[in-house]
Ligand binder design. Structure first.
Ligand code: MOS
Length: 733
């Protein structure tokens, strides 16, 4: 069966500039905000000299900790765990370098920026505690959060002395892996345009979850959720950085209320590094105990990170290998004078898979065993806890097909064995596992007299392809061509089910969540339409008792009419219905899988590691749009490889400043760093997860990619780099 594939329906609007992102909105009377951020990491603001700034042209208002717009509350729910809980400008205390200390509002963006540069801030500075390296020594167990399993130790079985089991194993290895902080670096910065009318807020603000954004803003502003309207049809990347609400949107909304004028706040690129969250640094120690035949006997995984948002242990380790004794623990380093960490694409899993899939490679080498063979000997069929069977798992096929496509059999077993002139050539592989799931959600489907049908849900398209997959799924459900479906998303006024689906495009679950609800809503809408045909005045089918719908046409009583004609004849603007998808079947566990294969070439003299080939074979259920799915996997793999190759937020010890907080110094991979990826999808629809059979893919490619690279570098050179990124200096050292 040919896999469905379709160009993004939003592609033309995006490449021509017709797509209006948050900051593209201009409203009459709008004022422009510019953030002023702290130049110390710990201490307090003693004074802000605003004289020159106030006298500068076009300045409307300057907010500071002493004179701030009103916030009635703080972030609650998941945002209270994964984002900043203090409202901006809360007080004069400074907790990190780059914290907002003032907001300048002026008639033009240039005037706001120029006035901001005239503000003189005097600080009482203290030496910051900004070193994760130092803080690791004093890491503590994280506070427990009701309903969140993150950070909670896992001991299977309960009362086994893991150290004793490890010591008694035939082979034991223990390794520590270090990962520096990373920044989302999405193309579109956080930006918001806010306007109030009659006590209601309309805010254009790029977000992964319009309903959650409305809920969070309503709490901060002290208004009803229904009185906050979030509009976010286009989002220039989120990666978790736009899952929760950050200060720029709060300030735009609160300032607009105070001033009675629309307010735009755009976060500067350097400011994004500090005021909108990042992936926390992590340190992980793995101890593996195994038999000589490769069967794991014990896994101990101890992790430390700055934030619960980055829990490599819980997220990763229970989902990979069947060991009879597993002990996972997490500690966090609270109180560091660093910007607030949040979730970032494959939170925990990207880091966890790097360490786990490297230590498995190290164990394979120790055992003299092929790395794929080692993984197959420890293949997991059901969850560690509760022994729930996986709904549909074809990871073994991923390994097999991937090895074949990539030419794994040509890998030199001995590290450093394969050379090509001055290049050392190596191959590595790694596994990717990502929890899959979905929430019940509500979709509205409606027929229109012009022959189109709308399909709406308050989800988001953060570049993920949701616009297109909604059109394709609507088309399939209604038997219409996709160009007659009008998807609607990115708007908090659209339907959603409630607490579990409000975050929209997070957890790689948006497609699995929204598409089954489209099928349900389409059935409801068709039933409404048939009833309308049989009863409405002016309907040619009126009185028929055998009305049927197929492919946009209604038949009954020996007559036929298209729905467009029907609605025109009956003078009806639309006939539609909402439908809510069923709850997830919890008798099984769900995950997506991939096997990555990476080839690198490392220069013998310069230590430069170059990516030369990459193959990924993916088992993610039904692939609803091959083109956007490939884009997601490709982007995800490169996102993961970036951690291996170059990305690193550097914190200056003495000042707590992120010294490379800009896109010139913070290295991201560019086209010259990458190659054309070979992405192959297996075709095993997960019909237990949902009727559309689609599992998540958005974060899957990210998982394991860095390990595949690191393992390839080791195979090429014999050098094992356990601290990311893998840069030439580490290979020459
Ligand atoms: Mo993703 S970190 O779940 O937005």
């Amino acid at each position: 069966m040919a896999r469905p594939s379709m160009d993004r329906i939003d592609a033309r609007a995006k490449v021509t500039g017709a797509a209006r992102y948050s900051a593209d909105h201009k409203l009459p009377g709008m004022v422009h905000g510019h953030l002023v951020t702290s130049t110390i990491a710990r201490g307090r603001v003693v004074s802000l000299d605003l004289g020159a700034a106030r006298a500068a042209g076009g300045v409307v208002e300057i907010y500071t900790p002493d004179h701030r717009p009103v916030f009635q509350g703080t972030l609650t729910g998941l945002a209270a765990v994964f984002a900043e809980t203090r409202p901006p400008l809360a007080d004069r205390e400074v907790h990190y370098h780059g914290q907002i200390v003032a907001l300048v509002l002026a008639e033009t963006v240039e005037q706001a920026r120029d006035a901001a540069a005239l503000i003189r801030v005097t600080y009482e500075a203290q030496p910051p505690n900004s070193s994760f390296e130092d803080a690791k020594e004093h890491a503590v167990s994280p506070p427990s959060v009701p309903g969140l399993p993150l950070g909670v130790p896992i001991k299977e079985p309960e009362n086994v002395d893991i150290k004793a089991v490890l010591a008694a194993s035939e082979v034991t290895i223990e390794r520590t892996y270090e990962i520096p902080p990373r920044h989302h670096s999405m193309m579109e910065p956080h930006a918001a345009v806010a306007v109030w009318q009659d006590g209601r807020l309309t805010i254009y603000s790029g977000t992964q979850g319009p309903a959650a954004h409305a809920m969070e803003l309503s709490g901060v502003l002290g208004v009803e959720q229904a009185d906050v309207h979030v509009i976010s049809p286009y989002v220039g990347g989120g990666f978790g950085g736009k899952a929760f609400t950050w200060a720029p949107a709060m300030l735009a909304a609160a300032a607009a209320r105070e001033l009675g004028r629309p307010v735009k706040v755009v976060t500067g690129r350097e400011q994004l590094f500090t005021v909108t969250g990042h992936r926390a640094a992590s340190s992980q120690t793995f101890a593996l105990g195994a038999r000589r035949d490769g069967r794991l006997n014990a896994i101990e995984h101890a992790t430390i990170s700055q934030s619960l948002g980055e829990d490599p242990g819980y997220r990763t380790t229970p989902k990979y290998y069947a060991a009879p004794n597993v002990h996972i623990s997490m500690k966090i380093t609270p109180g560091l004078d660093l910007p607030t960490a949040t979730i970032m694409r494959a939170p925990g899993d990207e880091s966890g898979s790097f360490a786990l899939e490297c230590v498995m490679d190290e164990l394979a080498e120790e055992l003299g065993m092929d790395p794929i063979e080692l993984r197959m000997r420890n293949y997991l069929e059901s969850t560690l806890k509760g022994k729930l069977p996986y709904s549909s798992k074809h990871l073994d096929e991923c390994y097999r097909v991937g090895a074949e496509r990539f030419g794994w059999s040509r890998r030199g077993e001995r590290p450093g064995a394969v050379t090509d002139g001055e290049w050392q050539v190596g191959m590595g592989m790694a596994t990717a596992v990502l929890d899959a799931g979905r929430a019940p959600t509500t979709v509205r489907v409606a027929f229109r007299p012009n022959g189109t049908a709308t399909v709406g849900n308050a989800t988001s398209d953060a570049g993920t392809g949701m616009w297109t997959v909604m059109a394709m799924t609507g088309a399939r459900a209604l038997g219409l061509p996709a160009d007659r479906i009008r998807p609607a998303l990115g708007d908090s006024a659209l339907p959603f089910a409630g607490s579990s689906d409000i975050y929209g495009a997070v957890g790689s679950a948006a497609t699995a969540t929204v598409t089954p609800a489209i099928l349900t809503a389409a059935r409801e809408a068709i039933a409404k339409l048939a009833e309308h045909a049989a009863t409405a005045e002016g309907s040619p089918l009126r009185g028929a008792d055998d009305v049927r719908y197929a492919e946009g046409r209604l038949t009954g009583g020996g007559k036929a009419v298209t729905f467009g004609e029907l609605l025109t004849l009956t003078g009806t603007a639309e006939v539609g219905a909402q439908g809510t998808s069923a709850d997830l079947d919890t008798t099984h566990a769900y995950a997506s899988y991939a096997a990555h294969f990476c080839e690198v070439r490392v220069n013998r003299w310069t230590g430069e590691p170059l990516l030369s080939r990459f193959t990924t074979v993916v088992d993610a259920g039904a692939i609803l749009n091959a083109k956007t799915a490939r884009g997601q996997i490709t982007g995800g793999v490169l996102f993961g490889l970036a951690a291996a190759m170059c990305e690193e937020g550097r914190v200056e010890g003495a000042t707590g400043r992120i010294s490379n907080a800009n896109l010139a110094d913070y290295l991201l991979p560019v086209n010259a760093d990458t190659v054309e990826f070979d992405v192959h999808f297996l075709d095993h629809p997960d019909t237990r997860l949902s009727p559309t059979g689609a599992r998540g893919i958005g974060e899957l490619g990210t998982v394991g990619a860095a390990a595949a690279f690191a393992n390839a570098v080791h195979n090429a050179t014999g050098r094992r780099v356990r601290t990311l990124p893998i840069t030439p200096d580490k290979l020459l050292a």
